[in-house]
Write a new protein. Sequence first.
Lengths: 668, 354
Amino acid sequence: MSIQDNEQELLRSVALQNAQSILLARRRADEELHRAREALQKESELLRVTLASIGDGVISTDADGRVTFLNGVAEELTGWPQTEAAGRPLDDVFKIVNEYTRDPADNPALRALREGHVVELVNDTLLIARDGTERPISDSAAPIRDAAGATLGAVLVFRDVTEEKHAFATRARLAAIVESSDDAIVSKTLDGVILSWNAGAERLFGYTPEEAVGKSIRLIIPPERHDEEQEVLARIRRGERVEHFDTVRVTKSGRRLDISLTVSPVRDGSGRIIGASKVGRDVTDRKRAEEALREADRRKDEFIALLAHELRNPLAPLRNGLQVLRMAAGDLHAVAQARTMMDRQLGHMVRLIDDLLDISRINQNKMELRRSRVLLADVISSAVETARPLIDAAGQELTVALPPEPVFLDADLTRLAQVFSNLLTNSAKYTERGGRIWLSAELQEGDVVVAVRDTGIGIPADALSSIFDMFSQVGRTIERSTGGLGIGLALVRGLVEMHDGVVVAASDGPGKGSTFTVKLPVLAGPLAAAPGGETRAAAGPRRRYLVVDDNRDSAASMVMMLKLLGNDVRAAHDGVEAVEVADGFRPDVVLMDVGMPKLDGYQATRRIRERPWGQNILIIALTGWGQTDDRARSQEAGCDGHLVKPVSLPDLQKMIAELTLRQERSDS
Amino acid sequence: MITIPTEPIGSIPRTPALIEALATRDGADPALEPLYEEAIRDTIARFEATGSPVVTDGEQRKYHNFWTYCVHGLPNSAPDGFPIPFAAGHVRRMLRLTGGPFRYQRRADAYLEAAQRYAHAPVKQAVISPSALSLMYPAEAIPGYSRDQFIQDLLREHETEVRGCLAKGAHKVQIDFTEARLAVKIDPSGKLLHSFIDLNNLALERFSAAERRRLGVHTCPGGDRDSTHSADVDYAELLPALFQLEVGNFYIALAGEPDRPRVLKIIRDHMKADQQIFVGVIAPIDPRIETAEEVCQRVLEAAQYIPVERLGATDDCGFAPFCDDTSTSRDTAFAKIGARVAGVALAAKKLGGG
């Protein structure tokens, strides 16, 4: 064997020994491969199970965008089974459009393939399934790369967001409700740490969400109520709801608010209580209103008691007067005294009732002013005339000072006179016997300012603001002692304001007198015709009167009075009788009560108007009802006029004169 | 219109200046750098002048040979390795490993990187096979460094080199497996060949399918000084086993075969569906320059056995696998390459019906 042959043999030996090592390496490689395959198989199985079990749809494609895999959810959402989808272009299987424009949407997987990077969640996308079903989805995609970075395909992950969208919309609505609520809506942990704070809470308590969230709810709880919060939280932990719990909270500025709280437990998905939601409402105004109502109610009760008392007061002297008339019919002096006393008491009662009705009309905006151009001097004169007897009786001195020039007002003379007579009467009542009262007027920049000042008991400073209120308690004791309902000043304010004026009260305090100042706008221009004076009672022409009233005394007294004036008078005491009597009597004037048995005054009026003779006679409603609606109803029934009881004879005569004149003009 | 890919094997005779310098200096001498650069630049320029769609650096920097370039200078090696006897009578020797560990001294991706600085066309890079280097471990075991450990190191080093080439954008990475045919010659039982194939597959399996489509194996009977080391080995004993390699491309010397149709039949019968076959249409050891028509005929002949879409053309071997081989001039090499490029184009035209 040559050296070369030896070397070849040696080479063969080396090669064969190498072969053993290679074989060993092969075994190792095969074992590694086997292990790797097993691991891969496990991973693949894990991946398959994972993809099958996750709630999202998963589609993978090759590098050309052809479908290679769909999981079960993807099959369900697209309507394409894996067997049919595999190998198809992705756009065939995964058709998407923009939810709002309906334009085809950019396929995220194909974009990931094109651009080579992850395409994040794309929203506002509708997936159109194979059967045409449309679902809102969110989707994202990523390229699939091998170890060397080469793009092998793309994986697309998407899910049906129908429920999410609905939930989002619901949450948005709820959030909007919470945010737009005027109530404070706050959530907190069971330890009282604030978690959310709506705009209502910010408005109510002054803290911004940034200032409140994360802080203890004690931020708004007064120190003395901290225990109360612990009790509320304890109830929440027990799963109880705390409803309409009235308490007090304190704002950022330190102001205390009356709050009504409703606190409810907040639970997590498993039902465990994890916190509380609070709805707080500011009831400060409600509390004040309730208090004011209670106060008004209390005043009303007091007033009713007072009213009953005051209405009964004149009844005793009236009854006594009647007794005197019966007993001393022949004693003309005693009769005259009794009549004067009875007339005074009756007048007092009428004033009481008139005041009540007036204040009621003002409060209901039903007071009607008969405004005309009037002289301030006439107004003051009338007022002084009314108040003078009381002032004189108290031995008080009244000083009146008016501007030298005539001052004209656009006013209802009677009502404005009532204002100043009330003020003068008020001063007379609350000023000691022998005291002084001043009424002065002066012009100030287009207004006239009339002040009524006295040396009386004065007004406490804290009562000045409420002195014009109805049922005010101020001076109640004195009010009782002096008589009256204490509504005179309320009436003053109402009437002054109706005349576009203002009235204020001033006093230096108890025992230092009072000053009531009325400011009214002045009318410019020369003196016009003075308003006409009141009609005095006079005999007038003789007429046939039918007096209809179910109150026989009332009817009898009116019959007596009309007869004394020389008229021919008959009476009827219900509507039916009224029509019957009128049929035979053919009256010129019918004084018709309204509320009567059998047939009321309206019906009786209608029936009389149906008679040929009844069409031109005067029918005047005479009733205790004097509101605008009442007047309208009587007019509708056919009445020519409407007078409110008790009626003074001059008022009756004045109305009859006016109606007759109107009738004559109409006839001519 | 069809395109038949055509690629060189790799080596081109070094420039005369470089050969002269290498005769007196160590190949790693920094003073040679300008010569290497100029040789690479010129080689690529001339490659591109032929119209070759793929070029190489002509292995200008493999200053020993295609086989031992990566381990040349390995301190734990000796030059008295196994001989490779060539038909012309000369012998080339491998290195012998004298101790562990086995480590490459340089990797071919460095050559690729240098070539890419000059190239406009895609650059192909050739590397030596693990099986060739496996013969460095001696018959007697090296104390403290087992044969098993050596094989593992060898595979890792080879993988690292190939990955480096792929990462740097090599058009193809060609694994020179010229010892395949030699293995049959040494061990007609085929055990050695199968062992080599198994070793190379162990290396190839470390790459993905996509990567393997960019890898190829070159087999030839050797070519040095216009001589071969195993031309007498029948391809029938080699090719069936060769196609077991897990690689996408085969560069098979064919031009020098006496009975090409027979070899083509063997190829047809044993190639796998995903393998691209580059048949040799130029014989580097033949000093005659083939004509384009001649090349065309060889391609058309191969196309009768190999589907056109899987057919490629190449040279049978490098023109100077050993750097000191001056048997073929650079002009001849490029003329032959030019003939290959033109002939393949002609064949493509004919096959395309043009």
